[in-house]
Design a binder for this molecule. Structure first.
Ligand code: 5AD
Ligand code: FES
Length: 351
């Protein structure tokens, strides 16, 4: 009976792109291995209808691990005195983009901790120089909560996209993951602001973060329905040895894949990355993500000498590989799924 009901719910979700709370909760909690096969088959059908067999790649440049925030889950939180801090210069950032361009990347994601050295003005300069040298590329920012003024200024300078995960859409759970000075309301405000300014916006959350319930995940889906982001980034929570969550259990691979399948059925046009965290929890995690509805990969373009230092969670993959090696490795992995990497900018179909 249960098997059939879950299958039925998957069919309904594909048709209506929505279900009542209780049924979403049932899907999240009760989808087992057999039902996953069906869920992923439907998710791939939707993904192929919307995006064909294309996989978009974004070159990730982790340009500073200096952060004013103290999120309990994150290895580069400011209280982690063991973290070796670094900050790339604007010229070094540009050099990463240059290398990436040569490898075929047409989107650069500039990601960092919340590092005040990168003022509105300095970031603007970096965005302008990338746009000037590579006018056919998209620039994505992922630098946290900033003022509206900064967001506007960077958008004018040519930044197209902004990634800012909401992490959890439940206020109480948000407080369990973050110090009291951070608030879910502010995080949401930033996301709505970014969307209004005209960025293509990426939100997202961790699966299996400490204290997360199935109802929290339903709340994440509801928030995403309201925000209507262009991209949704999710990955399993992975504990980091030098954080308050050191002893906490990692999130589950299986539940992360289930969430990817559900997201693809609820948000057919969204961009869905198979994330580095997914590739860390299992050697074939990213491939399995692609087989569950994901259609984006975000390999690292940072200089190898600093890669280990952008240490959000334990055992992060790709810290020893040159950018070209990751590119080749990914191409093989993607081919094994029957999908194909394309160099296009890969804009979201969400309007
Ligand atoms: N495990 C998994 N994901 C993490 N992130 C940060 N710390 C961890 C962790 N310990 C994710 C957050 C953040 C993104 C850049 O990385 O969701 O938004
Ligand atoms: Fe980096 Fe495979 S993607 S080594």
């Amino acid at each position: 009976m249960r098997l059939n009901n879950v299958r039925y719910l998957i069919g309904e979700l594909e048709k209506k792109r929505d279900l009542p709370d209780s049924e979403l909760a049932e899907l999240i909690a009760e989808t087992g291995e057999e039902e996953q096969e069906f869920l992923f088959e439907r998710a791939r059908a939707v993904r192929e209808r919307e995006y064909g067999t294309d996989v978009y790649v974004r070159g990730l440049i982790e340009f500073s691990n200096i952060c004013r925030n103290d999120c309990y889950y994150c290895g580069i939180r400011k209280s982690n005195e063991k973290a070796e801090r670094y900050r790339l210069t604007p010229e070094e950032i540009l050099a990463c983009a240059r290398e990436g361009y040569g490898l075929g990347f047409r989107t650069f994601v500039l990601q960092s901790g919340e590092d005040a050295w990168f003022t509105g003005e300095r970031m603007e300069g970096i965005i302008r120089s990338i746009r000037e040298e590579f006018p056919d590329c998209a620039v994505t920012l992922s630098v946290g909560e900033r003022t509206k003024e900064d967001y506007l200024r960077w958008h004018k300078a040519g930044a197209d996209r902004y990634l800012l995960r909401h992490e959890t859409a439940d206020g109480e759970h948000y407080r369990r993951l973050h110090p009291a000075v951070m608030s879910l309301a502010e995080r949401k405000e930033c996301l709505y602001m970014l969307r209004e300014i005209g960025y293509q916006v990426g939100a997202g959350f961790m699966v299996g973060s400490p204290g997360q319930t199935v109802d929290n995940l339903v709340a994440d889906l509801r928030f995403l329905q309201d925000l209507r982001p262009h991209m949704i980034g999710i990955g399993p929570f992975l504990s980091h040895r030098d954080t308050p969550f050191a002893g906490e259990a990692d999130g589950s691979l299986s539940r992360t894949l289930t969430m990817l399948g559900i997201l693809r059925l609820m948000f057919p046009e969204v961009l869905l990355p198979a994330t580095t965290a997914l590739g860390t929890i299992a050697a074939d995690g990213r491939e399995r993500g692609l087989m569950a509805g994901a259609n984006v990969l975000m390999p690292n373009l940072s200089p190898v000498r600093i890669r280990e230092k952008y240490d959000l969670y334990d055992n992060k993959i790709c810290t020893g590989e040159e950018s070209a090696q990751c590119k080749n490795c990914l191409a093989l992995r993607v081919e094994s799924t029957g999908y194909h990497i394309v160099t296009a900018r890969g804009d979201s179909r969400v309007k």
